[in-house]
Design a protein around this ligand. Sequence first.
Ligand code: SAH
Length: 442
Amino acid sequence: MRHFPIFLDLAGRSALVVGAGPRATAKASALTAAGAVVTMLSDRPAGAADIAAAAIVFICLADDVEARRVADLAVARGVPVNVVDRPGMSTFVMPAVVDRGEFVVAVGTGGAAPILARRIRARIQALLPERLGRLAAFARRFRETVKRAVPSFDARRRLWERVLAGPIADLVLAGREREAQAAMVEAMNRREPPPAGIVHLVGAGPGDPELLTLKALRAIEEAEVVIHDDLVAPEILARARVDALRIPVGKRAGRPATTQAEINALLVRHARGGSRVVRLKGGDPFIFGRGGEELEELRAHGVPFVVVPGITAALGCAASLDLPLTHRDHASALTIVTGRGRPGEEPPLPADPRHTLAIYMGAADAVGIGERLMAGGLSGATPVAIVENGTRADERVRFGTLAGLGALAAVHRGGGPALILIGETVALARGAAAPTASRAAG
Ligand code: SAH
């Protein structure tokens, strides 16, 4: 370690920035953000009196001789000084900073490789929740109250560990501070540690692990229990901790699926037992994911939960095919619809040429879907695509027309999840125009 890292309290203290230009302005605004009273000096040389009044000095001068003269003045008075890009003339170097309000991460390379520090900063930035500063501020607000309510140091530490790694922190990070505050007050009034269990209802996206949201990734990485569907790719499950309990609840090769009631019971049981549970679903949890039913159950049992959206199959498949789902010349609406309604209930299928249809779970009834849309007035020449395993390494796409949808679906036999896309916009997809073997098959 070449430099000793510290965080300086500059609130209300004088900071001097010598020089002009964008770097000087950037230093000044960073200092202002830290509460310093900033003086910028660019119209005359800095003198001993300027330095003496300052708690910290930044020098942004192109002239090395002048920079050294001012730096020497600061060193002589014991004022910390940084000359930009000149670690040799400086008594401290500036780290790359991730600023989340009260929560700050500083990354330094001793001035050796600032670009490397910046790259590492970018990666840390992606890992840290946006509202981490809010969480730190939340903890600060309760610090004194907790100290009075819980005199024992050890008990207090345990309480804070529960708060900062549990549902209360999750609520703050999700922007729900009122609920977090109520839970905190309740925990203190009851003089027992706050509950540890929570359910994150997380959308895993259509398959490509890179399509996870930052929030989803964090929830998966922190989970103690992962209750997941078949649709969730193994690469995504691999992101969970090695010691996380993984519970598959989908219908796997012939085995009967876990019933919804059983899934609900699992969620409640593990969360009540104090675990951080992730309920992981393919795509988005609220699009044909039964997310709503699970939340009702959690609510009924008073289990806290947070919902993390995912990229639904229609969006993932469309992006993978360069297919704009809406287009000013072709489609002014997108309908996400299931091809398989409850028994006796046919889901509505708008037969409108200005519409893009994304039909989930429809491949098995492609013939019926085609017939109904044509009976409704949609042309048999309307472009269609069937995307199987969209966004995954084994993605397969077939293009055809509505009249040939049944035959196209019959060719599709991979067994992976398949999405039917119908509408003029499908003709804009990459590969749609060129006649391909699979297209000819339709
Ligand atoms: N919640 C999921 C949908 C679950 S229903 C979501 O938002 O995407 C399951 C159906 O989704 C499948 O039958 C299929 O129609 C569609 N689907 C899910 N993942 C898919 C993928 N990678 N490629 C194509 N279709 C997919």
